[in-house]
Design a protein around this ligand. Structure first.
Ligand code: MLC
Ligand code: AMP
Length: 503
């Protein structure tokens, strides 16, 4: 049996040219020829910490070339990589630690002390740090060791990563992704989007979610491509580097912000053959304005942590605004009713998918996993969709109560649970209201109990230690009572209608 470790496939595709660049980062450049050695040093450190195949390795660090090399080292170790949004707070981290119990936690140097305390309480004693300037204990250790040249033998079904995704119940779930989930999806996208020799990817996404970590990095790695690697998204810097790139991947906010720049247009985009958008709905008006300015249409695709990329507009055929295209090769998609029966074409239902891209379940949550699968293996995405006679899919809404702010998912339940604990709050309700920049903005609607002052500032101060910044309300509305139906359920639809004017 050949080794099914994803890294071996990347390795086979490293360009032969010793000068070929892998990452052209903000502070340093990493050549493909150095990837084995540099990730091999991290691999040696991980092994010295006792990491064996199947062990979880947490990473909560700023974006850097080293962070990517650490991800590759985890693949090589056969370890399960668990990237954490840098915005997560101590109380969110505490839960992740107790849930997946990592062998090693790699954190920012400034967080080393607080993470060591949290980790210690969870029985995790190996905490290493990694800074953006080549600092931190992981880097120091890596400099002292000989690179390990091995790649752990893996089966296709072995876990490569766990990505946390919140849920409607308010508790995060760890989505388990196998080497084959990641490889099959990467290969399909590489072909579907017609990656070609000489392609250069402009990467400005975070690397702790599916979009920036897997879709963007894997396509480039499978192509042996150079990646212009920006630590953060800054529309002006992206504009500056566009003439050096051929592919840009972003959330809709990237495109909205590019359109705000006077210098953005055909000249700046002339070298780019593919602008890809996903993670949140791309407004038809953004699509149209972009095509008029850049002279080419954005390609919108649709995905999810649990299932990678599921549908895409075609590379060569028409890209229709407001639609997410067709099921990718190898992915079966259907729009179904509550019982999982396919509905008539053109009718709204919940999108369900099946294929090698679909995850292996939620970490140690068999019941939650079972809830989201049909008996015939289809995964229930929770997105409301229609499919036309040709199979083209349009996402029309969500069956799940979810807000997507700038491409980040926020589950209202999680925010409401915290707001309800705030002094002065009788009850709360969180909705997304349309926002020109972020797509949707988290909005809290609060009923006060009169015992303490309630305002946006007070709420943000109360939540600061509890919830990542992107989950916190951007506005807060005080009301006397929440609208309810006869069953007593809060009518979010009516609140969205009342307070949902675009900002
Ligand atoms: C940052 N903030 C946000 C936010 N991003 N608040 C709400 N929603 C967001 N998305 C906070 C910051 O901490 C900051 O707080 C304040 O809001 C203003 O920040 P900003 O300067 O406007 O934000 P910026 O740093 O420019 O980030 C915006 C962004 C970023 C859109 C560039 O959020 C981003 O990179 N999003 C991509 C998310 C992503 O990769 N999603 C893919 C998930 S995978 P303060 O007070 O500190 O200034 C997936 C599957 C799939 O969904 O299909 O791909
Ligand atoms: P996440 O759980 O962070 O991976 O987010 C996945 C969710 O993002 C999906 O279930 C959709 O609701 C949403 N999403 C991703 N891509 C698109 C898109 N192109 N259009 C509309 N919604 C999208």
């Amino acid at each position: 049996m050949t080794n099914q470790n994803l890294y071996t496939v990347f390795q086979q595709r490293f360009p032969a040219d010793p000068e070929a660049v892998f990452l052209q980062g903000d502070r340093r450049t990493v050549k493909y020829a150095a990837v084995d050695e540099e990730s091999g040093r991290f691999l040696a450190v991980l092994k010295a910490c006792g990491v064996v195949p199947g062990d979880r390795v947490f990473m909560q660090v700023e974006k850097s070339a080293e962070a990517v090399l650490l991800y590759l080292a985890c693949l090589r170790a056969g370890a399960v990589f668990v990237p954490l949004n840098t915005g997560y707070t101590g109380s969110e981290i505490e839960y992740f630690l107790s849930n997946t119990r990592p062998k090693v936690f790699v954190c920012r140097p400034d967080d080393a002390r607080s993470i060591a305390q949290l980790a210690g309480r969870a029985g995790v004693d190996k905490v290493l740090s990694l800074g953006v300037d080549g600092d931190g204990t992981l880097m120091a250790a890596a400099r002292r060791v000989q690179p390990d040249r091995s790649v752990a033998a893996c089966d296709a079904g072995d876990l490569a990563a766990i990505l946390y995704t919140s849920g409607t119940t308010g508790r995060s779930k760890g989505a388990m992704l196998t080497h084959d989930n990641l490889l099959s999806n990467g290969l399909v996208l590489h072909e579907y989007w017609q990656w070609e020799p000489g392609d250069v990817l402009l990467h400005a996404l975070p690397i702790f979610h599916v979009h920036g970590l897997f879709v963007a990095l894997h396509c480039a790695l499978l192509n042996g491509s150079r990646i212009i690697f920006h630590d953060t998204f800054d529309a002006n810097r992206v504009l500056q580097d566009l003439p050096n790139a051929t592919v840009l991947m972003g959330v809709p906010t990237f495109y909205v912000r590019l359109l705000e720049l006077d210098g953005f247009g055909r000249d700046a985009s002339a070298n780019v053959r593919l602008f890809i958008s996903g993670s949140a709905p791309l407004l038809a008006e953004t699509f149209t304005a972009f095509e008029a300015r850049a002279g080419q249409p954005i390609l919108e695709r649709y995905g999810m942590t649990e299932a990678g990329m599921m549908t895409s507009n075609p590379y060569s055929g028409p890209r229709v605004p407001g639609t997410v295209g067709f099921a990718l090769p190898g992915v079966a998609a259907r729009v179904a009713d509550d019982a999982g029966q396919e509905v008539e074409r053109g009718t709204v239902g919940v999108l369900e998918v099946r294929g090698p891209n679909v995850f292996a379940g939620y970490w140690e949550m068999p019941e939650k996993t079972a809830d989201e699968f049909r008996d015939d293996g289809f995964f229930i995405t929770g997105d409301l969709a229609t499919m036309d006679a040709d199979g083209r899919v349009t996402i029309v809404g969500r069956a799940k109560d979810l807000v997507i702010s700038g491409g980040y998912n926020v589950y209202p339940k999680e925010v409401e649970e915290q707001l309800d604990l705030m002094p002065g709050v009788k009850e709360s309700c969180v909705i997304g209201v349309p926002d020109r920049d972020l797509g949707e903005a988290v909005t809290a609607i609060v009923v006060p109990d009169g015992t303490a002052e309630v305002s946006l500032g007070v709420a943000q101060a109360f939540l600061v230690e509890k919830l990542a910044k992107f989950k916190q309300p951007k506005s807060l509305i005080v009301v006397d009572e929440l609208p309810r139906n006869t069953m007593g359920k809060v009518q979010k639809k009516s609140l969205r209608e009342q307070f949902g004017a675009a900002s």
